[in-house]
Design a protein around this ligand. Structure first.
Ligand SMILES: CC(C)(COP(=O)(O)OP(=O)(O)OC[C@H]1O[C@@H](n2cnc3c(N)ncnc32)[C@H](O)[C@@H]1OP(=O)(O)O)[C@@H](O)C(=O)NCCC(=O)NCCSC(=O)C(=O)O
Length: 374
């Protein structure tokens, strides 16, 4: 019944990329689960998304590159088709509250018994166990409990939410993808799949390992607005230009700060003074006053050819015209929708293009037939 010896079996996706032939079933969730499924699809996997009836037409670009089947999972007849699909799958992704899949008869015990090679990816905020496992949550709360939110923002203000990039995607989807790929590697020698319990709190904590290392060596304070990477130090800060835009100024190393100093005409003592908290305000003011004299375009022209580690703070739209990103083709357009291109890049495949968003559901039987058992 299972096909776990082959991650490159029959598919209808015809996709290019290192994961071509990998069969993935995604149960539509929020944020990180769909993002992880998107990354696998971007890299060529044949991802089939199981959505609620009527939802396919609402798909947005985060659903790119997938085929969609609609199924009412509370209907036993629909579950039968879903089980047939999962019998043929390499990977499952779900992001419901713990226990939801079990109540649907789609828990890991049932599915791994039927398909021992299945890699069963579970994406949650709190994890599959612990006192909060059953509680609802969002990115903001997950990163708050890891101690990370307390470090972002200035000393005299509330923490600043780093959008949902740190928790949902940095600590969430990226670790789910890592777990899935690691389990597939292990399966290639054992033939067996396993359950991946990807919790945003665990991933976020691991993302911050360097901060724990710095704290251990006395180079990091457990407080907001007191550390060299949080914008409080003058040579790692945002500065306002004469046209009301912002410049990111980040020459941490002496040789790079020296380039900044020369181009801004700062006095020599600022090289050392920038690390002295008693001089922070003075150095900050000197840099701010100089940068405020010209518009962003001027500073970009001055600093782009240097190693001063200075960059314009673009809006999303401005980023599309950034010369470096344009040269790399970081963004592209598919069916009239601007979006980031798949990352990373593979020498064997060149630059990958995103596949379009499908807004039409396919019958599940068609997909099952296409995923023939080897
Ligand atoms: C996000 C949630 C709090 C949302 O909670 P709920 O809306 O109560 O959803 P649950 O997951 O508990 O349950 C989903 C229910 O939908 C049912 N369900 C799901 N799909 C279907 C289909 N296709 N058909 C019929 N029924 C369905 C499923 O059986 C469950 O029913 P019952 O079993 O009958 O209940 C939770 O899913 C969760 O904790 N997920 C893990 C963490 C997470 O994803 N957090 C948000 C990250 S995004 C983020 O932080 C951000 O955007 O910000």
């Amino acid at each position: 019944m299972t096909q776990h010896s082959s991650a490159r079996g029959n598919t209808e996706s015809g996709a290019a990329g290192p994961l071509a032939g990998l069969k993935v079933v995604e149960f539509t969730g929020l944020g990180p689960g769909p993002h992880a499924a998107m990354i696998l699809a971007d890299l060529g996997a044949d991802v089939v998304r199981i959505d609620r009836p009527g939802n396919a037409k609402k798909s947005d670009v985060t659903a790119r590159g997938r085929r969609i089947v609609e199924a009412d999972l509370k209907d036993p007849a629909a579950i039968k088709g879903v089980l047939e699909l999962l019998d043929r799958a390499d990977v499952l992704i779900e992001g419901f509250r713990p226990g939801v899949m079990e109540r649907l008869g789609l828990g890991p015990d049932v599915l791994l018994e039927r398909n021992p090679g299945l890699v069963y990816g579970r994406m949650t905020g709190w994890g599959q166990d612990g006192p909060l496992a059953d509680r609802a949550g969002h990115d903001m709360g997950y990163i708050a409990r890891t101690g990370m939110a307390s470090l972002i923002g200035s000393a005299d203000s509330a923490p600043v939410p780093p959008l949902n990039l740190v928790g949902d995607f940095g600590g969430g989807s990226m670790f789910l993808v890592t777990g899935i790929l690691a389990a597939l590697f292990e399966r290639s020698s054992t033939g067996r799949g396993q359950v991946i319990d990807a919790a945003i709190v665990d991933g976020t904590a691991t993302l911050a390992t360097m901060l724990w290392a710095l704290k251990d060596t006395g180079m990091w304070q457990d407080a907001r607005g007191r550390n060299f990477l949080d914008g409080s130090q003058p040579s790692y800060s945002y500065y306002r230009t004469s046209d009301g835009e912002y410049l990111a100024v980040a020459p941490l190393e002496p040789q790079f700060f020296e380039e900044l100093r020369e181009h801004l005409g700062l006095p020599e003592w600022t090289q050392k003074g920038r690390f002295d908290p008693r001089k922070f305000d003075e150095v900050h003011q000197l840099i701010a006053d100089t940068i405020a004299q010209h518009p962003l375009a001027h500073w970009t022209e001055v600093f782009d050819p240097t190693d001063a580690c200075v960059a314009p703070v673009w809006s999303m739209e401005q980023a599309l015209d950034d010369p470096q990103l344009k040269a790399r083709g970081t963004y592209t357009e598919v069916d009239g929708v601007t979006q980031p291109r798949p990352a990373p890049r593979f020498s064997a495949h060149g630059r990958l293009d995103p596949r379009p968003v499908s807004k039409e559901a396919q019958p599940i039987d068609t997909v099952v037939r296409g995923w023939s058992v080897d």
